[in-house]
Design a protein around this ligand. Structure first.
Ligand code: URP
Ligand code: ZN
Ligand code: ZN
Length: 470
């Protein structure tokens, strides 16, 4: 088996930084060595990567992506091939995508369909959560099967999108009871979709059709109320709860309160909620704001959401940064909503930019290096039962490694990104730092600004239960 030695780098883990060389044997990490120790021990490697001046960190784990998601009459524009390759470019070496079951469909068949999309296509390893869009006796039974036999230990439910993915409170409670019984996690899209649909109709009747009306139709209170309701339902069901894509500080306040009381409640946010605002992005002239339409929506900076989210990342009331990567092209996809903001497909593509954009938190003094790695790699791996295979550089773990150059710069543009989108939501952003080299299970997939991987290298990873539960 080929041996690789990464020398002279600064190792960043969730618990701190250290100087160490990393010895890789085949697909896994064989040893961490003190600088110079490889020479003393006479270790011979087939390949030596010099990481002088660079950070060496566990590959990113993006716990929330939607390749090819059907939404609003179209499909998210990245396939598993294009999206997983873009993830690798950005230093993410594992994605957890969502298999989708809609009302009336068979859960196991929908999971098989997702395997069909991903199998043999991915550049990096991948796992699945299961969306349960139709909670009934059959899907509850299937949840048990997925935990026991398919390596799927987390289920996404929706309090939003009535008629599409929506579950009522009774369905949510039943799914939570089933998950609790299995030790599985419920992931919640927490917005009051019934009330939001009323507001949307009223706004359209008044002729408010522009993209920024999307944010106006989904007030902070709709996220706050739904988050609080989900927390209380989870308490009744004794079920662990992970609230996805949080954007409103008042909603995270409710997560923080539940956590203070010792509940198994966790919050996730995404780079778009830290960087974009209603004032600057949603309100762009013409139809440009459509590029930023996602749910939960982008919030007003004047209300302090973005600042509060950074703070909550520090205090661990937000435990994970994922992308909710759900790209749609501007032409023909986002444009489906010209004249009716509610027909704009919801989602932003960003799987390629998570490690970089969150690294800016380190540059700007919002996060420590260790917290960067914890939020983007170690915690998502532990949260979703992938640890210690993923999320850590330690003997026996998969050799998923990012070598990050803090002195280089990254210019984000549609001209240079690798996602299958005709625009970049981050266009023109100049980032301090750059993904230099990426290894997936010991194989170099990104190096010298070139993609060296191949589709089909990425394997499906069966997950265990969350490792955060009491
Ligand atoms: O706008 C979003 N978030 N699109 C993806 C689907 C979802 O709700 O996560
Ligand atoms: Zn959602
Ligand atoms: Zn999502």
């Amino acid at each position: 088996m080929a041996r690789t030695l990464i020398t002279n780098g600064t190792l960043i883990s969730a618990s701190g930084t250290s100087k160490a060389d990393v010895l890789i044997d085949g697909e896994t990490i064989a040893a961490l060595l003190e600088p110079g120790q490889s020479t003393t021990l006479g270790i011979v490697a087939d390949r030596v990567i010099d990481a002088t001046g660079k950070y060496v960190l566990p590959g990113g784990v993006d716990a929330h992506t939607h390749m090819e998601l059907p939404f609003g009459g179209t499909f998210a524009s990245d396939t598993f091939e294009t999206g997983s390759r873009a993830a690798a470019w950005g230093g993410t070496t594992t994605i957890i995508d969502f298999a989708v079951q809609t009302t009336g469909a068979d859960v196991q068949e929908s999971l098989a369909a997702w395997h069909g999309k991903a199998d043999g296509e991915c550049a990096i390893d991948y796992a699945f959560h299961q969306i349960v869009g139709g909670v009934d006796d059959q899907s509850l039974k299937a949840m048990r099967y997925l935990v026991d036999h398919e390596g799927i230990s987390s289920f996404k439910l929706f309090m939003a999108y009535p008629g599409v993915f929506y579950s009522d409170d009774g369905q949510i409670l039943r799914a939570m009871q089933t998950a609790a019984d299995m030790g599985a996690m419920v992931m919640m899209h927490a917005e009051n979709g019934i009330a939001i649909d009323v507001i949307i109709r009223q706004m359209l009747e008044k002729g408010q059709t522009d993209p920024r009306s999307h944010t106006d139709s989904r007030p902070v209170e709709m996220e706050e109320e739904a988050t609080n309701r989900a927390i209380l339902l989870a308490k009744v069901a004794k079920c662990p709860l992970y609230v996805v894509h949080m954007s409103a500080k008042e909603a995270v306040d409710t997560v923080a309160r539940a956590r203070d009381l010792g509940a198994n409640v966790f919050g996730e946010t995404c780079p778009q909620y830290l960087y974009f605002s209603y004032e600057e992005h949603m309100s762009r002239p013409g139809f440009e704001g459509a590029k930023y339409v996602c749910s939960t929506p982008i919030r007003r900076r004047s209300e302090g959401h973005q600042e509060a989210l950074w703070r909550y990342l520090r205090t661990n009331d937000l435990s994970v940064v994922a992308t909710d990567h759900c790209p749609f092209c501007f032409k023909e996809q986002k444009e489906l909503g010209v004249g009716d903001f509610s027909a704009i497909p919801n989602g932003i593509g960003g799987v390629e930019h998570r490690m970089d954009t969150i690294y800016q938190g380190v540059v700007h003094g919002e996060l420590s290096l260790a917290r960067w790695v914890e939020l983007c790699s170690t915690t998502p791996a532990r949260m979703f039962g992938l640890y210690p295979k993923k999320g850590v550089i330690a003997p026996g773990s998969d050799a998923d490694i990012v070598i990050y150059d803090p002195d280089a710069k990254t210019n984000i543009s549609v001209k240079t990104h690798h996602m299958n989108m005709d625009y970049s939501a981050y266009e023109g952003m100049v980032i301090d730092g750059k993904v230099d080299t990426v290894l997936s299970r010991g194989t170099v997939v990104i190096e010298n600004d070139a993609y060296k991987g191949r589709k089909g290298h990425g394997r499906y990873v069966r997950r265990g239960l969350s490792q955060y539960l009491l």
